[in-house]
Write a protein that binds this ligand. Structure first.
Ligand code: APR
Length: 319
């Protein structure tokens, strides 16, 4: 019997619950939210959809942390999303306080869970969660790379008129304006993307526009929605990570993890390719970045470090 608890039952939390249900990723889903009515209402609504769609999953809503006991996986989306004109970093102060409360609740009630953080600013929030909770770093990960890669893949598929499934791609670094799409490691129907550039199927300028649209992928959606940020693709990405852990898939996925010397970086959370299986982060893959990619990656790490400094000033428990 597998149990997933969702801390935050807003746009992403509700979508996560529905996806986990329809895909039967777990046997039980607990939606936790300070706004308990939202958690309870969504749990009931999704449970009622199971009679239509025929999935067999138990749903409940709560604002009591004791209900998350014995969770196998916890996905955190508690926090405030951005509004048009805001960067993810603008959410730092408010979401840091929320993550501290969440860390206390999880530490006390479900310290053995595999925890996936989605709350922004992602890399700093997941790192703060790990520090506040003291949970082992291999069981605390951030969801960003799968989402950023999914955006990169979609934009390439639209440009090249190729199904998304035919595209393999990876985005590394922090989940912010400095993230690093990696065209050199991208394949289209098994063929290196850079070969398509050489053949004139896509110009270097167009490719750079796609890299930039990927970096701005979240903001593009915030601008349309006006009242919140993306939730379908973030939820789908979170479910993929939960499944990799619960089913011991040993899948290679870009995730925000604690770096301990890998890529020449220590004591920072950032997006890199990792193997996720029953032990959480089982391996950090070190891909061979060229000088330009390394420079961009380190620039992104510097941005995460600067925001971490700001977080440590807000909450001295982090320093
Ligand atoms: N504990 C639990 N839940 C909380 C807390 C808390 N301390 N504070 C706020 N929440 C809940 C809110 O009540 C709300 O239902 O978190 C939920 C957040 O949902 P939305 O506002 O719909 O935001 P969502 O789009 O789901 O995004 C959540 O993920 O991608 C990031 O940037 C995004 O930081 C944001 C987070």
């Amino acid at each position: 019997m597998k149990k997933i608890s969702l801390i935050g039952a807003g746009q992403i939390g509700g979508t996560l619950a529905h996806l986990i249900g329809t895909k039967e990723v777990a046997d039980e889903v607990v939606l936790f939210d300070v706004a308990s009515g939202i958690a309870k209402g969504k749990a009931l609504d999704i449970a009622q959809s199971s009679s239509v769609d025929g999935f067999n999953v138990k749903f409940s809503g709560t604002d009591n942390y004791e209900d998350i006991k014995d969770s196998d996986v916890i996905i955190i989306t508690a926090g405030v999303p951005r509004k048009p004109g805001m960067s993810r970093d603008d959410l730092l102060g408010i979401n840091l306080k929320i993550i501290k409360q969440v860390a206390e609740g999880i530490k006390k009630n479900a310290p053995n869970a595999f925890v996936i953080c989605i709350t922004n600013p992602l890399d700093v929030m997941v790192m703060a969660f790990q520090k506040f909770s003291g949970l082992p770093a291999n069981k605390v990960v951030g969801m960003a790379g799968i989402l950023d890669s999914s955006r990169f893949k979609l934009f390439l598929s639209l440009e090249l008129n190729v199904p998304v499934k035919e595209i393999e791609a990876m985005v590394m670094g922090g989940h912010g304006d400095t993230m690093v799409p990696l065209p050199r490691f991208t394949k289209v129907s098994g063929k290196p993307l850079l070969d398509l550039v050489k053949e004139g199927k896509i110009s270097p300028e167009r490719l750079e526009e796609i890299n930039q649209r990927t970096r701005d992928g979240g903001a593009e959606i915030v601008k349309y929605l006006e009242k919140g940020s993306a939730f379908y693709a973030p939820a789908a990405s979170g479910v993929q990570m939960a499944e990799a852990y619960l089913k011991d898939e040993k899948k290679l996925l870009p995730c925000a993890v604690h770096l301990n010397g890998e890529y020449g970086v220590s004591n920072v959370y950032a997006g890199v390719p990792v193997i996720i299986g029953k032990d959480g982060v089982e391996k950090i893959e070190q891909i061979d970045l060229d000088e330009k990619e390394k420079k961009e990656f380190m620039h992104s790490i510097d941005a995460v470090k600067a925001l971490w400094e700001a977080a440590s000033k807000i909450d001295p428990d982090l320093s």
